[in-house]
Design a protein around this ligand. Structure first.
Ligand code: NAD
Length: 361
C-alpha cells in the first residue's frame, strides 16, 4: 500500500533539495502518495499566511511529512515557521545524526554521533519581552520583588522554561532511540552548575530516567562548554547526546561542521505518532534557483523518514547509494569538492541523478 506523506517544499533552496530528495526516495521503489502543502513565502503569497491551517491539518492527517527549509521573517508576528510547526504538532524530539561518510573532507575520522534535541521548551519557547515596553517594565518590577539581583529597567527579557515532564520525555526518547539503534551510551549535556533550576532539573531528571536503563545503556553527563571542547578534540568518545533546546541547536551545527558541513546533516522532528523530516540547514536564499547546493542533507533526511515508516530496505539502499557517490567524490556539489570553485562540481539535480543511478545498479 502507498504511504501518504505531506510534502512541504519550503523557501529559498527548499524546493530544489526537496525535489532531489523526492526523486531519490521514489527511485527506491517505495510507493508514496505525496500531498503537497505550502508553508513560508509561497503560502503567504497564496493564502495570506505563512503557516496555513490546511498545512498543519495535512501533517496531522498523514502523520508524516518531508519538509524543506523555511525563511524566518525578520519582522512580523511569526518568530519562526519552523519552530511553530514543531510546537503546533508537539514534535518534541529533534533527531540529528552526524555521521562522517568516506570521501567527505573533514579534519576527523570515524564520527558517528546522534544529537537528540528537546524541541518545545527552553529559551526557544518564544516567551520574550522587548526592552522598554510597559509590560516588560512590569515584569522587571515583579521580578525585583523576588530577587535581590538588580535587573536594569531597559533590559529585554527572555524566559527559559524547562519542565520535569519535558525533560523526562526527551531523555526517555534518547534512551529508547539508543536501544533501538544499537547504541551504547547516552550523554546528557547541560549547564546545571549555573542554571540550577532549569538545566539542574533537566540533569536531575536525566539521572533518574537513566536508572531504568542501567545495564543496557551507559549514562554519562557533560557541561555544555566542556562538551563543545570535547567534541572538537575527541568526538569519537561520544555516541548519543541529549540536550535542551538551545544547546541542541548550537551543538548540532558544531557536529555538522565535524562531518563536512550543513550540506550533509539530516534531521527529523518527532512527536507522539507524528514526524516531520528536514535537513539541519536553512533556506540559504543566496543560492535559490541556482541548482547548486548539496541535496545530501535532505536526501539523508529522507533515509531517516524511510526508517521511521519501517521501509528499512529502501532506507538502506538509498543510504548506500549516497555513500557510494560521496566516496567517489565525482558527481558531487561544490561544497564537497577540494575547492568551492572546482569546475567539476555538479548541480543539485545532477547529484541526485548520480545517486538514483547507484540505486538502479
Ligand atoms: P543556512 O543554513 O540557510 O545557510 C548558511 C550557509 O550554509 C549557506 O550560505 C551555505 O553556504 C551553507 N549551506 C546551507 N545549506 C547548504 C546546502 N544544502 N549545500 C551547501 N551549502 C549549504 O543558514 P542561514 O543563512 O543562517 O539561514 C537562512 C534562512 O533559513 C533564515 O531565514 C533562517 O531563519 C532559515 N533557517 C531555516 C531552517 C529550517 O527551515 N529548519 C533552519 C535554519 C535556518
Amino acid at each position: 500500500m502507498a504511504h501518504k506523506i505531506t510534502l512541504i517544499p519550503g523557501d529559498g533552496i527548499g524546493p530544489e533539495v526537496v525535489l532531489a530528495a523526492k526523486r531519490c526516495i521514489e527511485a527506491t521503489g517505495v510507493t508514496i502518495d505525496w500531498e503537497e502543502a505550502l508553508a513560508g513565502q509561497d503560502a503567504q503569497d497564496k493564502f495570506g499566511e505563512l503557516l496555513p491551517k490546511s498545512t498543519l491539518e495535512s501533517v496531522r492527517r498523514n502523520k508524516i511529512a518531508l519538509k524543506g527549509p523555511i525563511i524566518t521573517p525578520i519582522a512580523g508576528g511569526f518568530r519562526s515557521v519552523n519552530v511553530a510547526i514543531r510546537q503546533e504538532l508537539g514534535l518534541y524530539a529533534c533527531l540529528r545524526p552526524a555521521k562522517l561518510y568516506e570521501g567527505v573532507k573533514s579534519s576527523y575520522k570515524n564520527i558517528d554521533l546522534v544529537i537528540i534535541r528537546e524541541n518545545t521548551e527552553d529559551l526557544y519557547a518564544g516567551i520574550e519581552f522587548e526592552g522598554g515596553m510597559s509590560e516588560t517594565k512590569d515584569i522587571i518590577a515583579f521580578l525585583q520583588k523576588y530577587t535581590p539581583k538588580k535587573i536594569r529597567t531597559d533590559s529585554g527579557i527572555s524566559i527559559k522554561p524547562i519542565s520535569k515532564y519535558g525533560s523526562e520525555r526527551i531523555v526517555k526518547f534518547a534512551f529508547e532511540y539508543a536501544i533501538k539503534a544499537g547504541r551504547k551510551k547516552v550523554t546528557a549535556v547541560h549547564k546545571a552548575n549555573i542554571m540550577k533550576f532549569t538545566d539542574g532539573l533537566f540533569l536531575k531528571t536525566a539521572r533518574e530516567v537513566a536508572k531504568d536503563y542501567e545495564g543496557k545503556i551507559v549514562f554519562d553527563e557533560a557541561i555544555v562548554d566542556n562538551m563543545s571542547m570535547q567534541l572538537v578534540q575527541k568526538p569519537q568518545n561520544y555516541d548519543v547526546l541529549v540536550l535542551p533546546n538551545l544547546y541542541g541547536d548550537i551543538i548540532s551545527d558544531l557536529c555538522a561542521g565535524l562531518i563536512g558541513g550543513l550540506g550533509i546533516a539530516p534531521g527529523g522532528n518527532i512527536g507522539d505518532g507524528l514526524a516531520v523530516f528536514e535537513a539541519v540547514h536553512g533556506a540559504a536564499p543566496k543560492y535559490k534557483g541556482l541548482n547548486k547546493v548539496n541535496p545530501t542533507a535532505m536526501i539523508l533526511s529522507g533515509v531517516l523518514m524511510l526508517r521511521y515508516i519501517n521501509e528499512e530496505k529502501a532506507a538502506e539502499r538509498l543510504e548506500t547509494a549516497v555513500k557510494e557517490v560521496l566516496k567517489e567524490g565525482k558527481s558531487v556539489s561544490y561544497d564537497l569538492k577540494p575547492s568551492p570553485d572546482d569546475p567539476s562540481a555538479v548541480g543539485t539535480q545532477e547529484m541526485a541523478d548520480a545517486i538514483i543511478k547507484k540505486i538502479s545498479n
